[in-house]
Unconditional design. Structure first.
Length: 202
């Protein structure tokens, strides 16, 4: 993996000289998201993570029964299990990942954060096209195989897949709600996806 954060001009040069990775080629990014999940070598509970603290703080100030119910299901299903809390890109979308003869380059790291729960970047990568571009809900079958491979690569239990994806969705919805001018249809499709997951896999 190559990291590029050298500014807009360098990013445009990378885009012109390469092609972005399609979400259909998720196998190509699995080693990369495993590497990011291991970065730093720390372990902690979901509540210890940057996402856990961010979600808890937001919900304490802005009550939202739907998101609160989903978040409590995450806490209940993961419990006190210690997870690798690694580096999260923050916007790990297909249009921020490019490939050329030398391999993959990941752009736009300004939203990166440490102590991120495993799977946040993978979930974003897999759901970005449906949620951001097409504004439609995501079906669980799109995530099942990639998450099975990802969790196996980290030697984590397969029953973590659903709560980790729901964790990402709750955090993503809160991020969308905080951004001024965010398309309401994006929040709606993300909530519909969350409700589908809660009804079928939570």
């Amino acid at each position: 993996m190559r990291v590029s954060d050298d500014g807009e001009e360098r990013g445009e040069a990378t885009r012109r000289a390469s092609r972005h990775i399609s979400a259909r080629n998720w196998e190509r990014v699995i080693p990369l998201v495993i590497e990011l999940a291991r970065y730093g070598g720390e372990a902690g509970t979901i509540g210890d993570s940057a996402v856990g603290q961010r979600v808890a703080h937001w919900l304490s100030r802005h009550p939202d029964p739907e998101l609160e119910n989903a978040w409590q299901s995450v806490l209940a299903r993961i419990g006190d299990r210690r997870l690798p809390l690694g580096l999260g890109h923050g916007d790990f979308t297909p249009w921020n990942i490019f490939e050329d003869a030398r391999g993959l380059t990941v752009l736009d790291w300004e939203g990166a954060s440490e102590r991120t729960p495993p799977g946040q970047d993978l979930a974003r990568f897999l759901m970005a096209n449906a949620l951001d571009l097409h504004l439609r809900p995501v079906q669980w079958k799109m995530l099942e195989r990639p998450f099975a491979r990802f969790l196996s690569g980290l030697d984590l239990a397969q029953d973590l897949a659903a709560p980790l994806v729901i964790c990402h969705l709750v955090d993503y919805i809160l991020v969308c709600m905080r951004v001024a001018g965010m398309d309401a249809n994006l929040v709606r499709s993300s909530r519909q996806t969350l409700n589908h997951f809660m009804a079928n896999i939570a």
